[in-house]
Design a protein around this ligand. Sequence first.
Ligand code: RP5
Length: 160
Amino acid sequence: MKPEVGIIMGSRSDWEIMKAAAEILKDFGVGYEAKVVSAHRTPLKMMDYARHAHERGIKVIIAGAGGAAHLPGMVASLSPLPVIGVPVKSSNSLDGWDSLLSIVQMPNGVPVATVAVNAAKNAGILAVQILSTENKELINKIIAFKDQMRANVEQSDELT
Ligand code: RP5
């Protein structure tokens, strides 16, 4: 399947969290690619990825990183694509706060749509929703997904 979503992360160690984005994209039948692209360790690769992803048919980028998480913001500064940031509570993280704040507190003009700490699944859902604005089949799948979620809650809303 042709990748439409680029999932990138600062380290292989982020995959344990970031694979939830890949799983939800698989569930919705959306093609993706997943790569390690580090703002600090491979900055030139990051620049190349951010500047050219849209030319290869990527439509949304999901970027996850922990600690001093510069990857989502730097990619957003270089790419015309929407970037969804996933703060990862990594081994070098101050409980996820450092990553969350460095991803969410972007300057005006360079947005990163930031999800909750470790919420790669939500990043995947948001990517599908962005793609679904131009794709009737995907929007119907999102409607069905929400219906199912509501039904699941309603079926088990009694507490004993
Ligand atoms: C960040 O540092 C990465 O995104 C990762 O979350 C964290 C730790 O990386 P490793 O030392 O495990 O490679 O740049």
